[in-house]
Design a protein around this ligand. Structure first.
Ligand code: NAD
Length: 347
């Protein structure tokens, strides 16, 4: 019997809980109840977990949708994962390491996990994937799910697709059953690395798309920046993970996710506001004002990407990411976002 715990209860964790909870009822080999670890917060004098368990609504992170009654909010992480052997990690990536440390040595030996987190980390050796971070701490098999998936649209039941990247095929089947639905179509690829690199770096490209919107440059420019961005993400994945599987680029986790992030999405939105304020408002201020407790990811990823590219003397191979970094962090005028060097064809 498999018993699922969702580790994280933000916008996407809450929307994902709706899909998972519905699918738990379709299969006998899953327990009906889905635990959801909620980082406790007080909302108008009440605990968020209490509100979720009585009103079946995450009033802070997914206020417009009811959660199924078999989703149970648990405030203590170790209580939430107790007796669960399938973990779904879905929290902003800056909290993952600490969360894994708390779980270390406390999980049943047959535990498997899937990460819905979009983000990557960096250490002295290079790029650290979220799946590596989980695996290194907890020594369990970890898959990844990523796609053109804006949580509010999924919660509203609008059709979309997503991609599961796996290492262990049997576990991929479990995750397919947990997530695949009529309006949430899953494809699976045997490629953990590129699925995650696309999911993380697209947030940097989305900043460029936001700057483009601030300048009201129009659709041709936006399309060109998406295309150039796609190639730079692919180049980044190849540089740090070798000859990766190009197929993932055309799955939902690749091009489709980049498009949706550059059209909607919080990174694009905040970057547009940053651009309209001519860089005079800080990212921290915009995040606090516009995101209601949600986290921007593109900005920290942008800084980390540039750090590693500088270390490896490779900035010149990523002209768009350099332009984005210069506008976001070096005070370069927003209009320079399309100042691609003549000698470097963007492709
Ligand atoms: N929201 C989306 O549409 C979407 C879609 C696909 C993927 N993702 C990815 O899913 C992941 C989670 O994003 P989200 O949108 O669900 O989160 P969110 O930004 O909506 O919510 C923030 C979450 O962080 C929690 N939190 C705050 N402080 C914490 C702490 N100290 N320790 C642990 N948790 C803390 C909050 O309780 C809340 O659950 C991210 O990697 C994101 O990129 C999001």
């Amino acid at each position: 019997m498999k018993r699922v715990c969702i580790v994280g209860a933000g916008n996407w964790g809450s929307a994902a809980s709706m899909i998972i909870a519905r699918n738990m009822k379709r299969y006998d080999h899953f327990e009906n109840t889905v635990n959801m670890w909620v980082y406790e917060e007080m909302i108008d004098g009440r605990k968020l977990t209490e509100i979720i368990n009585t009103e079946h609504r995450n009033v802070k992170y997914l206020p417009d949708h009811e959660l199924p009654e078999n989703v149970v909010a648990v405030p203590e992480l170790l209580d939430a994962v107790c007796d669960c052997n399938v973990l779904v990690f879905v929290l902003p990536h800056q909290f993952l390491h600490r969360t894994c440390k708390t779980l270390k040595g406390r999980l049943p030996p047959d535990t498997i996990a899937i990460s819905l987190i979009k983000g990557i980390d960096f250490n002295e050796e290079g790029v650290v994937l979220m799946t590596d971070m989980i695996k290194n701490e907890l020594d369990i098999d970890v898959s990844v799910l990523s796609g053109a998936n804006i949580a509010n649209e999924i919660a509203a039941g609008k059709f979309c697709e997503s991609t599961i990247g796996y290492a262990d095929e049997e576990n991929a089947t479990t995750f397919y059953e947990m997530f695949n639905e009529k309006n949430f179509r899953i494809s699976i690829v045997n490629d953990i690395e590129s699925v995650q690199v696309f999911g993380a770096i697209k947030n940097v490209i989305a900043l460029g798309a936001g700057f483009c919107d601030a300048l009201e440059m129009g659709n041709n420019t936006k399309a060109a920046l998406i295309r150039i961005g796609l190639l730079e993400i692919q180049r980044f994945a190849r540089k740090y993970f070798g000859p990766i599987n190009d197929a993932a680029m055309l799955e939902s986790c690749g091009l489709a996710d980049l498009i949706t992030t550059c059209l909607g999405g919080r990174n694009r939105r905040c970057a547009e506001a940053f651009g309209r304020a001519d860089g005079k408002r800080s990212w921290e201020e915009l995040e606090a004002e516009m995101l209601n407790g949600q986290k921007l990811q593109g900005t920290s990823t942008c800084l980390e990407v540039m750090k590693i590219l500088k270390r490896d003397n490779a900035v010149g191979d990523f002209p768009f990411m350099e332009l984005i970094h210069n506008v976001a962090y070096e005070g370069a005028p927003i209009s320079t976002i399309v100042d691609f060097p003549d000698e470097h064809a963007p492709a």
